[in-house]
Ligand binder design. Structure first.
Ligand SMILES: [Zn+2]
Length: 518
């Protein structure tokens, strides 16, 4: 938030001279034709030159959008709509050359084409004259700052040049913006002055970040970036929904927004995707070839059965651990964890889709190394009802064996203090912590189903500080399969029949979980 002094300075700096008005003419003999021309201009002008926008009045009880009329650089609002938004109009007396409005205990009087307004027994001078369009009494914007406070006895906060005003006890949040280079991309950091819940969408090749219904007053209406990955960031609330609109520098970039610091920071990585996209091990048996994603969120691969009527199907997010140069663990005969767990994910996905009850989102769509934040993001952006992360490791001598983990925050703080790479963003949001009870329900439902499988040992659900689960905004569990160890063969968990049993058990557990009051 700029201080009042800063805002005042800004106002003076931004002050625009009134446009050169056409009724000043150099030579008197042009006067009469000029009057006729003006009359014609007044007749045709509104249709051609009036631009319609919205102006938002933010009040403690909510916001009101008013149609904004621009005449040249002057902006006008309908008087009665302003008064009805901020209070109650008690009566109107309209004459050919004047309008009297009773508002609360005061009276407002104005005349067409005059800049003088009588209100609350005082006289106020606006910078532009009042005018009447289609029977509507229009007042210039500075009516809000010059006259309105005397009618409502409430403060107004208005930043010159913007299309929003804050009236009374409304404390708008603001934000700062920064862009830093990262490998293969750029990181946008938006730091808010207050906690904000961000929802993202893509529209017309741009990324839109909705900022909830928290009133916002941006320091700048838009930011331009000197980056091949990001062109500009624009703030907009013209439809009453405060939002940031981010324009990518080119097509085909991936966008990974993540919230941190409990909603005070939004990090958005914009990166060029690696050329490696597909892995044979990821495709489930008998599935159609996967379409190459084209939208700005190609990381998020959402699949659903042929659209059934009724409400949208719940989304299940499946996460195959590791990938790319991060192979995870491996067995004695060299089976890497990343490939093994991808097989489980492929089978679970196929089993879920076969029910026609779910859509499925994969956190990675091939053999690629995806960060924990990006995996969580895939789930969060899709509105997933749950997140299942598959891993394999050494769970002791018994095999096959399954342990289900829920998230627990790390207890030890690194002795070196905050992460030196990103000191501003530690600690992270830990959104999973509010989901822990449901995550445990999910873990228990899975454990019960796994325990009914033949010849498998299933542990009581445990907790672990799994980074992948930390930022997931839904019930989330890690499913660890054993035994995958360098001194053991992994035959038991490589067995396709066992993998299919696991997939079936997951489907049954989710059905029970969903009906168990979720
Ligand atoms: Zn692992």
């Amino acid at each position: 938030m700029p201080t009042r002094a800063a805002r005042h300075a800004r106002r003076e700096g931004d002050e625009q001279l009134p446009p050169t008005l056409p009724w000043r003419f150099p030579r008197p003999r042009l006067f009469l034709p000029a009057i006729i021309a003006l009359g014609l201009a007044a007749f045709f002008w509104p249709a051609r030159e009036l631009r319609s926008d919205n102006f938002v009045l933010y009040l403690p009880a909510g916001h009101h959008m008013l149609p904004l009329e621009s005449v040249g650089s002057a902006k006008y609002l309908p008087l009665l709509q302003i008064l009805n938004a901020v209070g109650k109009v008690g009566g109107i007396q309209e004459k050919k050359n004047s309008l009297k409005v009773w508002f609360g205990s005061t009276q407002v009087e104005l005349r067409p084409n005059e800049a003088n307004v009588q209100a609350a027994k005082e006289s106020f001078e606006l910078t532009q004259p009042v005018h009447v369009t289609d029977g509507q009494w229009m007042v210039p914007l500075d009516f809000l700052t010059i006259v309105l406070p005397h009618l409502t006895h409430q403060t107004v906060e208005y930043q010159q040049g913007t299309n929003r005003i804050f009236i009374g006890d409304v404390k708008p949040a603001s934000f700062t913006v920064r862009v830093d280079p990262i490998a293969n991309g750029a990181r946008l950091t938006v730091q808010f002055t207050d906690k904000v819940t961000v929802r993202t969408a893509s529209q017309n090749g741009k990324w839109v970040m909705f900022l909830g219904d928290h009133p916002m007053e941006p320091m700048e209406p838009s930011y331009r970036f000197d980056s091949p990955y990001l062109t500009d960031l624009e703030f907009d609330d013209q439809d009453g929904l405060p939002k940031l609109i981010l324009s990518p520098g080119s097509a085909g970039l991936n966008f990974y927004p993540v919230q941190a610091e409990g909603g005070k920071i939004l990090l958005a990585d914009v990166v060029r995707p690696p050329s490696v996209q597909a892995s044979a091990s990821q495709a489930p048996p008998g599935s159609a070839p996967q379409a190459q994603p084209t939208g700005p969120n190609p990381q998020i691969t959402e699949e659903s059965p042929a659209a059934p009527p009724g409400p949208p199907l719940p989304v299940v997010a499946l996460d195959a651990g590791h990938g790319g140069d991060d192979t995870g663990g491996h067995s004695r005969d060299g089976v890497p964890e990343k490939d093994l767990v991808a097989k489980y994910v492929a089978r679970v996905r196929a089993a879920l889709l076969a029910t026609n009850q779910y859509r499925v989102v994969l956190s990675r769509t091939g053999d690629m190394n995806v960060s924990p934040e990006q995996r969580a993001l895939a789930a969060n952006l899709s509105g997933a009802v749950c997140f299942l992360s598959f891993h394999a490791s050494d769970l002791g001598t018994t095999s096959p064996r399954i342990t289900i983990f829920t998230y627990v925050p790390p207890t030890a703080v690194s002795p070196g203090g905050p992460d030196p790479v990103r000191p501003a963003f530690v600690p992270w949001g830990d959104v999973q912590q509010v989901e822990l009870a449901k995550s445990l329900q999910l873990a228990n439902a899975l454990q019960q189903q796994f325990a009914q499988m033949n010849g498998v040992e299933v542990d009581v659900p445990a907790t672990a500080p799994l980074r992948t689960l930390r930022n997931v905004n839904a019930p989330a569990v890690g499913i660890e399969l054993g035994r995958l160890a360098p001194d053991e063969d992994a035959t038991a968990i490589e067995n396709p029949a066992f993998q299919q049993q696991v997939a079936t058990a997951v489907v049954q557990a989710l059905a029970g979980f969903a009906t168990g009051g979720n």
